[in-house]
Structure formats: C-alpha cells, structure tokens
Write a protein that binds this ligand. Structure first.
Ligand code: WTA
Length: 702
C-alpha cells in the first residue's frame, strides 16, 4: 500500500499487512472412513509428487487423464513470460475428450440430466450417445449453415438448458472459440462482449423459466446486436434455440435472413457426424468475460490442453468424481464455475452432470433437496450465498428428504463458519465431506482447497494450495508474510499452472499489468520464479498451512459470488445526463455477502428527485443486468475527495457499512462527509462496528 498511500494521501492508515486479523481458530472436521474408502485421491504422497522439484512435469499426471491426438514435447515453455505455454506440441480435442471417448463404455449412461424449473415437467436424461448425436448435428450446422470455422469466436447468451453445453461442445469440436455470456446479463452487456470478441454469430434462446415465469430472452438479442453494431461489430446471424421446439416463446420479431430457429435448421443436419478437429494444446478453447478494475470487462482467454487437463485433474481429485456419481453443481454455466465444473471437468470424467434451469427456492426452499432425492445426487456444489439463502428460507427442509451427499463444495465467496456448520450438519447430514475451493475466472480451476480424502476441513478456511500450486502471501512491499503471523496480505501464486489464462483477449498489456506487474522481480527474466501471480484477494495463512480468504483488494465487488466491477456500474450511472459523478461501494448483506450501493451527485443546479433515482436504477439494469441492482441509491450534494480530486470510495464504503471513516482531515471537503453520513445514517449517529477487510480497505488499492 506504500505507493498508493502517497497517491491517496491517507498516510495514517496501517498497511494491509500490518492489520492483524483475529478470528477464532476453528476445529478440524475429518472425512468419514466411508468417504475415504471410495475416494479417488487417498495417496498421501501426492504433495511429494507435485512438489517444486517435480514442477512442471508433475502436471503430466493431469494431462495423462486425457486422450491426446499427439503427445506434447514440452510441458511448460517459459520463453515469453508471463505468457506461459503448456503441453507444447500436443494436439487434442476437448469435445472428443468429453463425449466421444466415453462411448465405448458409457454410451447408455446419462451425461446430462436436465431439471426444468416447472416441477411438473419431468427431468430429462441425455445419454453420452445422445449427447454425441446432438453435438455432431449442431457442429455440422455451425460449420455448414453458419459458416463458422476454427478460430472464429461465437457469443452464446443462453440460460441453464442442455442446449448450452451442447452448443459449447459443438464449438469445441470445431475449434470455434465460444464466449458464453451469463444469461442474466442484459442485452447491452452481451452486445459489448460480442463486439470485443469479434463475434459474427450470436446463439441465444427464445425464453426460459425463472421464478415461475417465462422470461422473454430473445428480446435482449436485438439490443445486443445494436450495441455491438455501435461498437463496430456486425452480427449477421442469430441462432435461436427454442425452449419448446416448434413453439416460439418470445414477442420479439424474427428478422428474415438473420434470425433462425435452431430446431428447424437442425433437421437438415440430423444424423451428421463431424470429425473433431485436432487442436494445438495452446489453441484458445473459450473466452469468459469477467469484471476487473476498469469499466471494460476483460475476455479471459483459456487454452485447450492445459485448461482441460487442469479441470479434469481437479474434478477427479478434489470433486472426487467417478463415472457412477450423480454430480450437481448449482452454479450457472455462464460463469467459470459452470464451464469448469458443470461441463468440461465432469464430462471429461464421464460423470452424470445435473443442470437445473431455475432458482433454488422455486417454488419453495425444499426444491434442491427434492431434486437431490429424486435424482439420487451424491455430489453437490454451490456457493455460500445459495447456502445462506436456503438456510434462511428453510433451515429444516433438508431433513425432510432422503438424499445422501458424499461430497459437497462451497465456492465463490468466503463462508462464515456458522453457515459452514449448517451446510455440514443439515445439508450434508454429517455424512458429506466439504471442500471450500478458492479460485477465479482467470485460474481455470481450484487454487486452494483441502484434498477431501486426505486433509481435515476447517470451517471458513479454503485450505492449503492445491497439488502443484504454491501460494504465498506478500505484503505491499513484496515481503512474504509468515504463516501463523496473523497478518493479512495479498495472496499470490509463485508458479504458473496449466489452468491459468493465456492472456486477456486482444490486450496483452492488461494481462501483464493486472496479474504480474505488481510483484514481478525482473521484467527481463525468463525464469518463472520471478513472476508471481497477483490474485487481488486478501488472505491470512494459519500455521497449519491453511489459507483463509478475506475478499477482493481491488475495485471488484463480489455480489452473491458474482464479480461486478465498480467502474462498470459507475459508467452506467454516468449515462444518465443529470448525473455528474458516481461512486459505487460494497455493503455487507446477510444473504448475498456484498451488494453494491450507489452514490451520485447531480449536475449543478439540479435537485434530487425520484425521477433521477429511477433513471439511475434503469441505467444499471439495462447496461449490466438485474444482478447489479444496488441496495440503495443516494443522491448526495457532493462526493468526498482528496485535494488532488480523487473520489474517496473508501469513505463512502465506511458510511454505508457504519464503520469509522478513518482520518478525513486530508480531504479537500471533510464537511461533506458529515452531510453524507447524516443522509445515509440519519441524525443519530450509528454505533461503529467492526467491518470485514475488503470493505474497510475498499478503494485504497489501485
Ligand atoms: C472470491 C469464481 C473466498 C475471491 C470461482 C475471488 C472466494 C473471486 C472463494 C473470483 C472461496 C472465490 N472463498 N472467496 N472459496 N472462491 N472467491 O472470478 O474474491 O467469479 O477473487 O471466480 O471470488 O470470482 P470469479
């Protein structure tokens, strides 16, 4: 923080590493003998095999779980740091590995079970053979009808239906780079991503069920196309899946020569078989846009060989997936968790992967447990937000249903030990082992987690680094923070690994600046030891080697486990003509972890009004989506600023969360702080309480 302190003139604040973080050391929980007896990973020498002396060759163990068309000659090429290359010289097809190679043994086994949201619609199982048939027909359509070829990008804006993984796999079969945009993102957000990726084709759906209603989804395609066009990208084909084939559920008109119903066009390609294209291990497999510190989302570019090897290895060892398991990850495929741990990892291992269309609490909080009982799910994967939500809505519901999980995952946000214990005791019925997996969109797969059959669990802590991942904590000056010191710092990874992104799509500089600039020891070095990866998360390392993740140290807000950029939300606010300045800060929320709260000041002479409030809300929902909806919008007379004019988001975050505002005497307008506090908290000052690290530090790290 030293350099930042200079810029921000908040010299009285302690540096992050000096902040001692106190929390009760939690007790260990141990996996049952029953779990261990069947686990994929029980060999305690794993950490030996993956220790630094054996790096990078240790990762052969993951790559060897795949079928390669041509074996690689170089496991890790570090000639162009930090653009690492993995399994160089290897050739492989991701779709072949997730589908074709299972046909001999598992053609009649369910690959995907789709659970529609309306409960009266029965679940639908797709066997591996059926998946193969559907993926092939669609691949033929993409190639021959949409004229897509290897290396082209395609934007996919779809809900949670089996046609989504089918589309992804058909792309992978041909080496087409898919860019799936979360279905809940608005048309505008989709359009900007389509433009950035240079997609000529958009694949979407007419509608889907959510919370008991059919959502008109095709309408957002029109907006997406307009926005893409404004940004210079013409999308000339829109392929529309229909939720019910033959029945169009959208009010949005079809445009002749541009819009096509996939189910209609597919008839011509039914039964076609398309050879999987043998791809370089380093060929991009997909883009996944994620929020960062600027207003522009970055296209995280994942490679084929390294990514697939990493998600397969971690699915096998950490998710403990066997082909006979029924595995349900409740995330959305439109996020990285869904890509890695609903689609690519589980299918590469011939698992049965469950896809649920709707919201977990529809029609009531017993729904997930009824699904688990009906499908006999034995591996369950979700986020702390979903766990908190289900606990709040029906803490005793799991007891009513006869399902048995052997394994459960929590991912995406820190989990409170108390919530962890409910997950363990009530959802897991004390039978299931839990892994708390820490990782990011950029990482491809897990970075920290306990190994379920080997390590004890500790509520609230993700655990040690994964095999072959060497995490450590650095302070702002780049000194290592010792285990057991109780001091927080920035969690970094010392080494490259196969799941890390190749680059940010079209922006090499941003890739280097974001993840490697901060702690690079020597920019001319070709030795990976000089290039630690900066994750932008705060963490504490206990003396047992377990990492406890504290949350983001940058301008990203983790809302219900979804990453939102403050700058993206602020840009949306600034499109309202009345708004002069906007600042977005995180507020602690009992269920969603954090939610954004918005501060705007108006152009000179304008008075606050409900109308402006509503315009700001609408701008956020149309430009990003309902997931970014703020808890509150405050129209303030002015923003707290430093003398150099920097907007002090940290001070606003403190006000929104009832925390000490810290030293404000160096601000250009300290009197504004009191005015704003009174507006937000009322005349009676609210008791100051302890706040979480990410909120306390918000906006202090650039
Ligand atoms: C947070 C999601 C605590 C973290 C896979 C990270 C977590 C961001 C955990 C990435 C966890 C993820 N405990 N925090 N187990 N897992 N996070 O890119 O702040 O959507 O930087 O990837 O989520 O979010 P993303």
């Amino acid at each position: 923080m030293a350099n930042i302190r200079k810029q921000n003139a908040v010299a009285t604040e302690p540096s992050e590493a000096q902040i001692a973080v106190h929390w009760r050391e939690e007790e260990y929980y141990y996996p049952s003998a029953r779990f261990v007896g069947q686990a994929n990973l029980t060999d305690p020498t794993i950490m030996e095999r993956f220790r630094e002396e054996n790096f990078p060759e240790c990762f052969r163990e993951y790559a060897d779980m795949l079928d390669w068309d041509q074996y690689w000659h170089t496991t890790l090429d570090t000639s162009d740091p930090p653009f690492w290359k993995w399994f160089v010289g290897g050739k492989i097809n991701a779709c072949y590995n997730c589908v074709d190679r299972h046909l001999d043994k598992y053609k009649n086994k369910a690959a995907i079970i789709f659970v529609p949201e309306p409960e009266q619609e029965a679940p639908v199982a797709l066997t591996y053979r059926e998946l193969y048939v559907r993926v092939n027909a669609l691949a033929a359509l993409l190639r021959d009808f949409a004229a897509l070829k290897t290396g082209d990008r395609v934007t996919i804006h779809m809900p949670m239906v089996p046609e989504l993984p089918i589309t992804m796999l058909a792309c992978a079969r041909l080496g087409i780079i898919h860019s799936v945009v979360f279905g809940g993102f608005s048309g505008e957000a989709c359009g900007r991503r389509a433009a950035d990726s240079g997609s000529r084709v958009l694949i979407t759906m007419d509608g889907y069920f959510r919370n008991g209603k059919m959502i008109d989804h095709k309408a957002s395609a029109e907006i997406a196309l307009n926005v893409a066009k404004q940004e210079g990208q013409t999308v000339d084909k829109v392929l529309i899946w229909r939720r019910h084939a033959g029945k169009y559920a959208s009010a949005s008109p079809m445009v002749k020569g541009r819009d096509y119903f996939v189910d209609e066009v597919l008839q011509k390609y039914s039964g076609e078989v398309v050879d999987p294209v043998s791809m370089d291990a380093e060929a991009p497999l997909f883009l996944m846009y994620t929020s960062g510190t600027t207003g522009k989302p970055k296209g995280c570019q994942h490679r084929t060989g390294g990514y697939l090897a990493y998600v397969t290895g971690t699915s096998k060892y950490i998710q403990d997936i066997h082909p006979e398991d029924v595995y349900w990850c409740m995330a959305d495929i439109g996020w990285i968790t869904g890509h890695s741990y609903i689609v690519y990892g589980p299918l590469a291992l011939a698992a049965t992967s469950v896809i649920y269309e709707g919201v977990p609490t529809y029609p009531d909080a017993g729904r997930p447990w009824r699904i688990a009982e009906r499908l006999d799910v034995n591996i369950f994967h979700t986020s702390p937000t979903a766990i908190r939500m289900l606990r709040k809505a029906g803490a005793d519901e799991p007891k009513k249903y006869h399902y048995h999980f052997k394994h459960m995952t929590t991912v995406g946000e820190p989990i409170e030990p108390e919530v962890w214990r409910w997950y363990h005791e009530t959802v897991g019925k004390r039978e299931a082992v839990i892994v708390d997996t820490w990782w990011q969109t950029e990482n491809g797969g897990f970075l920290c987690s306990t190994k379920p059959g080997l390590d004890p669990m500790k509520p609230g802590s993700a655990g040690p680094g994964m095999p072959g991942i060497y995490p450590f904590i650095l302070d702002e000056e780049g000194h290592e923070v010792e285990a057991g010191s109780g001091k927080a710092g920035n969690i970094c990874i010392r080494n490259p690994w196969p799941g890390i992104i190749q680059t940010v799509w079209g922006d090499r500089e941003r890739f280097v600046n974001q993840y490697y600039r901060k702690y690079c020891k020597n920019p001319n070095s070709k030795d990976w030891h000089d290039w630690p990866y900066f994750a932008a998360d705060g963490a504490v390392l206990a003396s047992d080697g377990y990492f406890r993740i504290l949350g983001r140290v940058d301008d990203v807000i983790n809302v219900a486990g979804h990453r939102l950029g403050t700058k993206e939300i602020e840009s949306a606010c600034l499109t309202v003509p009345e708004v002069a300045e906007a600042a977005v800060v995180p507020v602690v929320d009992e269920v969603k972890g954090r939610v954004p709260e918005v501060y705007v000041s108006l152009q000179p002479g304008l008075e606050p009004s409900q109308e402006v409030h509503d315009k700001v809300l609408k701008a956020i929902e149309t430009m990003i989506g309902k997931i970014a909806r703020p808890k509150k919008i405050h129209i303030v007379p002015d923003m707290p600023k430093t003398r150099s004019g920097k907007l002090m988001r940290r001070v606003l975050a403190a006000i929104s969360n009832n925390l000490h505002t810290g030293d404000i005497s160096t601000l250009a307008n300290p009197d504004v702080v009191d005015k704003v506090r009174e507006m937000v908290q009322g005349k009676e000052p609210v008791a100051v309480k302890e706040g979480p690290e990410d909120v306390k530090r918000f906006g202090t790290v650039d």
